[in-house]
Design a protein around this ligand. Structure first.
Ligand SMILES: O=C(O)C(=O)C[C@]1(C(=O)O)C=C[C@@H](O)C=C1
Length: 375
């Protein structure tokens, strides 16, 4: 029993809730007015710089480092009874709406609608962002490069299946920067059009990564059925809705979007199946205090080359969070490494590592520093 027992009646508690809602709403309005003021200040700064013939020519409304700091602080000071993440999700939406008042963000993502990448885009930017589906990873990059969209969201690695090589290959030729990361727990379901009997199903369609992530389950439950790799899980769901005999592997969003029935839930082979997505943009992101950096680096083909690339990190005590290899495409049997590590390019110890790597490598391309995922 609590020390001060709450003796309020139902009507009294509801009256309290009404009064609190009024206050919360007033505070949200004041917060939104602050965001409008921030937008005016940003615009004035760019105009002044333009007149002085220096600096930025484009107003950057979205500030990933600031958003990460705001969300981290909300989680740190949360006193319950709601979980820190729950409260942060609410503030995620408040900030998303405030940013839309400044300037609505256009975000390209690997579509069609209903893909996990769309869910990742909404998780990162909130519901006020305008999310634009693109058919391929290449065209997400194109949309951001051409300026038609402010940011893009692409998958980069899965905890069961490893890296999405197409995304990494795009970075080799692109001038875009990584502006953030999102992690999403991936639950796959077997879906079909309503009232489809099992014996009528002749094909199971899904993105090749989803087929791979559910391989054991499919071998056990549908060993003889044809498995067809299609461009995305969203596309598979669309096919299942329109083509008799087709079942799809996809997530809940796709099931809802295309009105599909769930034949089996959680068919992924590994329970903590997680996909990581990257946010790509045209600008570099200032430090948020807890950042990651990604680089592409290629060394001369000589003994101990990989050791020499990694040794500067060991000496500086900087943790690597990922390392991947891709063929260089310019030279047979030469490789480039994608390396991710903790810290920001503006940190003096990271700048020193980069300077040392420049001496060891034939190619070094920083892909950007960005806040570690908060949600
Ligand atoms: O602080 C800013 O620069 C703002 O624009 C305000 C705000 C916010 O609502 O807190 C909105 C959008 C930015 O991405 C970051 C934060």
């Amino acid at each position: 029993m609590a020390e001060h027992e709450d003796k309020r009646t139902l009507d009294e508690v509801r009256a309290d809730i009404d009064a609190i809602d009024r206050e919360v709403q007033e505070l949200i309005s004041r917060r939104a007015e602050c965001a409008q003021r921030v937008a005016a200040i940003k615009l004035a700064e760019v105009q002044a710089a333009l007149e002085a013939g220096e600096g930025e020519t484009e107003v950057v409304y979205y500030r990933p480092e600031r958003e990460a700091q705001v969300l981290r602080r909300i989680i740190e000071r949360n006193r319950g009874p709601l979980a820190g993440e729950t409260v942060a999700h609410i503030f995620r939406e408040v900030m998303s709406a405030c940013l839309a008042l400044e300037k609505p963000l256009q975000v390209a993502y690997l579509g069609p609608e209903g893909t996990f990448t769309q869910t990742a885009a909404i998780k990162h930017f909130g519901h006020a962002a305008i999310c634009v589906p693109r058919a391929t990873i290449d065209s997400v990059f194109d949309q951001v490069e051409s300026g038609e969209c402010n940011y893009g969201v692409v998958p980069v690695e899965n905890s069961t299946e490893g890296m999405v090589s197409h995304t990494l290959d795009n970075f080799m030729d692109s001038g875009l920067k990584i502006a953030g990361e999102v992690e999403l727990a991936i639950a796959h379901h077997l879906l079909a059009a309503a009232h489809t009997p099992r014996e009528k199903i002749t094909r199971i369609c899904a993105h090749q990564q989803a087929l791979a992530q559910c391989r054991n389950w499919l071998d056990r439950h549908w060993p003889d059925i044809e498995r067809v790799a299609v461009s995305s899980n969203g596309e598979a769901a669309r096919m299942a809705a329109q083509t008799p005999g087709v079942a799809a592997i996809a997530g809940e969003t796709a099931a809802e979007l295309y009105g599909l029935e769930t034949l089996a839930e959680h068919i992924e082979d590994y329970a903590d199946n997680t996909t990581r997505f990257l946010i790509i943009g045209r600008d570099e992101v200032p430090p948020s205090g807890r950042d990651k950096t990604s680089i592409i680096v290629s060394s001369r083909n000589k003994p101990g080359a990989l050791f020499l690339l990694l040794d500067p990190f060991r000496k500086a005590g900087v943790s690597l969070t990922r390392i991947d290899t891709r063929p260089s495409r310019t030279e047979k049997w030469a490789y480039v490494f994608f390396i991710e590590f903790e810290g920001h390019l503006q940190d003096p110890n990271i700048a020193a590592i980069i300077a040392e790597l420049e001496e060891q490598s034939i190619l070094l391309k920083p892909l950007g520093s960005y806040p570690r995922a908060v949600l």
